[in-house]
Ligand binder design. Structure first.
Ligand SMILES: Nc1ncnc2c1ncn2[C@@H]1O[C@H](COP(=O)(O)OP(=O)(O)OP(=O)(O)O)[C@@H](O)[C@H]1O
Length: 350
């Protein structure tokens, strides 16, 4: 769904979730007073023609309006606000950051779209949760090797949906169970909770070796049960979106990642050939063709670029190594003006 209310007055048609929607935009003759200014008054009428089957029209419109709102918010020219915990409060970390386009994060297959849809669907389902007495929260665990886009995706997603990020490090020495509980239950509205490297805070319940036990000693004052309590939260009727990341999923206690605390687990992996090509294309040609030149003059160049991207991908694959998107990015930055040199020097990727 794109460019919702950009069309001018009159009748427009578009497709949302497989159904045709008619949008009629009428400007009334009378003006309204708003903030001391006289503004034109508009009526927007939406009609859909579809067979709904088991999904109800109300759900369709609810999801539609939630999606449209999110998309509208994402176009506001505000940056991404990141909060960090200082004492018992969330404080803004520096100035709002420039939003990263969601499409600039390259994930395997339809992962990006599926995760995005999952979050949007959740945000549109408050009533569903309330009706069933289920706490209105959703937890995501992103795991996998370093530099595969876990944090980038979360930031880009927050930016896209007009959300802020509350970042919390569980291994921070001044954090204890009480403060953690207070912070998690008193987040600014419309924000994601981001717990990075969740594995780093707790010793496994059954450490494999005494050395492993030692590694964790004194690392954190937060206990696992303290975290679980805080996540389950007293104010569970409030919307809560929690993202956890780790490089070592196997080190996490199963209680932390059981359904209800973590509802979606996703592995962020090394580059597939398709991802390498997309990273290459996106790096040298960051804008969509239609955004740059509607007459498609640049599509020819795009074709050439696709050939180069394939060559680059083949060259990287010939290294027979696991390569992360971060490694590809670093390499391409070294050759930002020379596609051919980027291909010829792939063995520099380490
Ligand atoms: N899938 C990706 N698509 C585009 N860029 C990526 C991707 N993965 C990583 N990068 C780039 O690599 C850098 C590091 O990525 P990021 O911090 O998101 O990785 P991560 O998976 O969160 O790593 P870690 O597990 O170490 O926290 C960023 O600058 C980002 O632009």
């Amino acid at each position: 769904m794109n460019h919702f209310f950009t069309p001018g007055t009159g009748v427009h048609y578009f497709n949302y979730r497989g159904k045709f929607v008619k949008l009629e935009r009428n400007r009334e003759k009378s003006l309204i007073h708003k903030d001391g200014v006289r503004k034109p008054f508009e009526t927007v009428t939406l009609t859909t023609y579809g067979i709904f089957g088991r999904s109800k029209p109300a759900e369709f419109w609810h999801s539609f309006l939630a999606s449209a709102t999110q998309e509208g918010l994402s176009t506001l020219k505000t940056g991404l606000v990141v909060y960090q915990a200082i004492g018992p409060e969330w404080k803004r970390l520096g100035n709002p950051r420039k939003k990263r386009p969601l499409e600039s994060v390259i994930l395997e297959g339809n992962t990006l779209e599926n995760l995005f849809d999952d979050v949007v669907e959740f945000l549109a389902s408050e009533q569903w949760y309330t009706d069933r007495g289920i706490p209105y929260r959703r937890g995501y665990l992103f795991y996998g090797p370093p530099g595969t886009g876990k944090s980038s995706f979360i930031s880009a997603l927050a930016g896209r949906l007009g959300y802020s990020i509350c970042m919390l490090s569980l291994s921070e020495r001044t954090l204890d169970d009480l403060r953690l509980n207070y912070l998690i239950n008193n987040m600014p509205p419309k924000s994601f909770l981001l717990l990075e490297d969740v594995d780093a805070a707790f010793a496994p319940r059954d450490p494999e070796t005494p050395t492993q036990q030692k590694m964790y000693e004194g690392l954190s004052r937060v206990t696992l049960s303290g975290l679980l309590n805080a996540l389950d939260g007293v104010a569970s009727s409030e919307e809560r979106l929690i993202f956890m990341t780790t490089n070592y999923k196997d080190r996490l206690d199963s209680a932390l990642i059981r359904p209800g605390r973590v509802d979606v687990q996703h592995y962020f992996g090394y580059c597939t050939p398709e991802m390498i090509q997309l990273l290459f294309m996106r790096f040298y040609y960051p804008k969509k063709v239609e955004d740059i030149d509607p007459k498609q003059a640049l599509a020819i160049k795009q074709k050439e670029l696709l050939e180069l991207a394939k060559n680059f991908s083949n060259a990287v694959l010939s290294l027979k190594k696991n390569i992360s998107p971060a490694q590809i990015q670093k390499h391409l930055i070294n050759y930002k003006d020379d596609t051919q040199a980027a291909i010829e020097s792939v063995e520099e990727i380490k």
